[in-house]
Design a protein around this ligand. Structure first.
Ligand SMILES: [Zn+2]
Length: 415
């Protein structure tokens, strides 16, 4: 039975969530700004903030004296307590798990990685991820008691053809809860379900998932080179070719969780079969293995993508030619994306991005030559700057950005 007290407590919880969510996405805010953003009355807002301060969830800080001094005292800002609200991001890529840990003030306080056995299944991946989190927490003295949520970056399409997993709060039952995507809900490919449930069980907190290339895009837009951009195209060029698009500041997931899959644009419907079921995909033409094969065909045998990058940096002519031709193919696809999405920025990440202009120039040429040549636009093409930890950091950004939005009844009434 629900009592009036329960209802009041629920309402208070909703108000608290609105305040914490505003601080999570905006950083430090004054009480006036918080009132405006949450739509709470001044009295309610002040009561909620002082209660959150008493419980150590938020702290007061002084505003930097950047703005011209008014007559009053400098504004006191409220921010999340950096010692609380720990967030963990995990990137379960091919052969490696990468970890990033952030405090509630959005500062990344630790990164680490560990190898995964060849062909590791989802449960092995989960165990490796859990072990890495526990080891790093023990080594760096990070208290996992303050852990609030875990973000997971996964390879492949994170689609809607499986039950949504909704996991909230300590002790929440770790089971597929609903087909309706509620707050914190994620749609997880069936093969990853055991992995997600294992991580949720281990830590007893909310788990959010997304494709790891999309998460890298989100990280670049949150902490990296794309930071002020609201409309951007990100491509990760590595063993595979993945991508992520930001439109109006939001990550585009698409209707089936496949938004941003640049690598599977077909360049030749009669071309070789791709693991996605298509033919002649970009990934089959410029993915890591294809580049190594193309170099071998030109008499330069290389063992790995890292070796290929080094050879290109050493200006081995055959290797440079292979990379430049592949970059032109990538540019053709990106030019189409640019025509359709009209971004201000194209960001290239992954191992190949380390080659700088050798990779970026053919892409720039393709975009300026093919994307609406009669209506030139200012589109910057640049190298990503978060490196190998981008997806793990993006899994944290996902937790920061994807908080439940403020309920409609809390929005300010229109005067
Ligand atoms: Zn494909």
């Amino acid at each position: 039975m629900s009592t009036p007290t329960d209802a009041l407590q629920r309402l208070r919880r909703v108000h608290e969530d609105a305040v914490l969510s505003a601080l999570r996405s905006a950083g430090a805010l004054s009480r006036a700004q918080l009132t405006e953003r949450t739509g709470l009355s001044r009295t309610t807002l002040f009561a909620i903030v002082s209660d959150l301060m008493e419980r150590g969830a938020v702290i007061e800080t002084e505003a930097a004296p950047a703005e011209p001094r008014g007559r009053g005292r400098p504004a006191t800002l409220v921010s999340l307590n950096p010692a609380a609200g720990l967030l963990v991001g995990l990137d379960l890529g091919r052969g490696r798990v990468r970890l990033a840990v952030a405090n509630a003030a959005h500062q990344v306080v630790a990164t680490a990685s560990a190898g995964l056995p060849e062909g590791a299944g989802p449960l092995e991946q989960a165990e490796a991820a859990v072990r890495l989190v526990r080891e790093v927490a023990a080594e760096r003295g990070i208290g996992l008691g303050a852990l609030e949520a875990v973000g997971l970056g996964l390879v492949g399409v994170v689609d809607e053809h499986v039950p949504a997993v909704t996991l909230t709060g300590p002790g929440a039952p770790a089971s597929p809860a609903s087909r309706e995507p509620g707050p914190g809900a994620a749609r997880v490919p069936a093969r990853y379900l055991p992995l997600v449930l294992r991580v949720a069980e281990e830590f007893g907190v909310r788990v959010a998932v997304d494709n790891n290339a999309r998460l890298a895009a989100l990280a670049e837009a949150t902490w990296g080179v794309a930071r002020p951009a609201r409309d951007m195209v990100y491509v990760r060029w590595s063993v595979g070719v993945g991508g992520g698009f930001l439109a109006g500041g939001r990550l585009l997931r698409g209707a089936h969780g496949a938004g941003g899959e640049l690598g599977h644009v077909s360049l030749d419907p009669a071309g070789p079969a791709c693991h996605c079921g298509g033919r002649g995909c970009l990934e089959g033409r410029i993915g890591g293995q294809r580049l190594l094969d193309a170099c071998a065909a030109r008499g330069v045998a290389l063992e790995s993508l890292d070796a290929l990058v080094t050879a290109a940096q050493d200006r081995v002519p055959a290797v440079c030619a292979v990379v430049a031709e592949a970059a032109a193919d990538l540019g053709r696809v990106l030019a189409g994306t640019v025509t359709q999405l009209d971004p201000s920025l194209v960001v290239v990440g992954g191992e190949l991005a380390a080659l700088g202009s050798l990779v970026l120039d053919p892409i720039r040429d393709a975009i300026s030559g093919q994307a609406l040549p009669r209506s030139p636009r200012q589109i910057e093409v640049t190298q990503a700057d978060l490196g190998v930890n981008a997806s793990a950091m993006g899994a944290i950004a996902l937790l920061l950005h994807e908080e439940p939005s403020i309920p409609a009844h809390l929005r300010p009434a229109i005067p």
